[in-house]
Design a protein around this ligand. Sequence first.
Ligand SMILES: Cc1cc2nc3c(=O)[nH]c(=O)nc-3n(C[C@H](O)[C@H](O)[C@H](O)COP(=O)(O)OP(=O)(O)OC[C@H]3O[C@@H](n4cnc5c(N)ncnc54)[C@H](O)[C@@H]3O)c2cc1C
Length: 143
Amino acid sequence: MLAWNLGATTEIWTGYAADAQIRFAGSSGGVLTALSLFCLEQLGMEFVLHTGKDAEKPWLNTTVQSTSREQLLSHAGSRYAPSSPCDGLALVESSPGPCVFIGKPCDVAAVDRLRKQRPKLDRNLGLVLTFFLRRHSKHTRDT
Ligand SMILES: Cc1cc2nc3c(=O)[nH]c(=O)nc-3n(C[C@H](O)[C@H](O)[C@H](O)COP(=O)(O)OP(=O)(O)OC[C@H]3O[C@@H](n4cnc5c(N)ncnc54)[C@H](O)[C@@H]3O)c2cc1C
């Protein structure tokens, strides 16, 4: 049962990636990675702007561009450290075609506001994805 207020919600579905490698590489079923790969391979989108491990300091995050299954798989999973995928939005804006953006809910809220002012960014955001990120209070703990 959902124990917190979701706000306006059209539908809630549960599921996981049908591709076993993606399913088990993903944080909770690999749906974000699977949808992103579909956009690259089936819809011909340019790249996925998302978050991965910083090569120099692996305990930190960095914003990454993925254009292949291998790259998407290497960045699958949740990274519990600060991230800033919006710092790569200029790459989306200057891209020759539509892209996928994956970010925290606050990143997606920022993208939603910015795209209203930037027509090229708006046009190039082919799919914007986020995940649940529950606010902590004395009554809730992260899962
Ligand atoms: C910091 C954090 C807190 C979370 N808290 C909750 C929670 O309380 N309850 C809950 O139900 N779910 C929470 N989630 C979401 C959950 O862990 C999964 O990310 C989500 O269910 C998607 O799973 P997936 O298998 O579809 O994603 P995957 O296919 O594994 O893809 C994950 C995607 O998220 C991106 N990503 C990873 N870490 C970050 C980050 N820090 N910032 C931005 N993008 C990132 C990766 O680049 C990747 O593209 C949290 C995630 C994060 C990163």
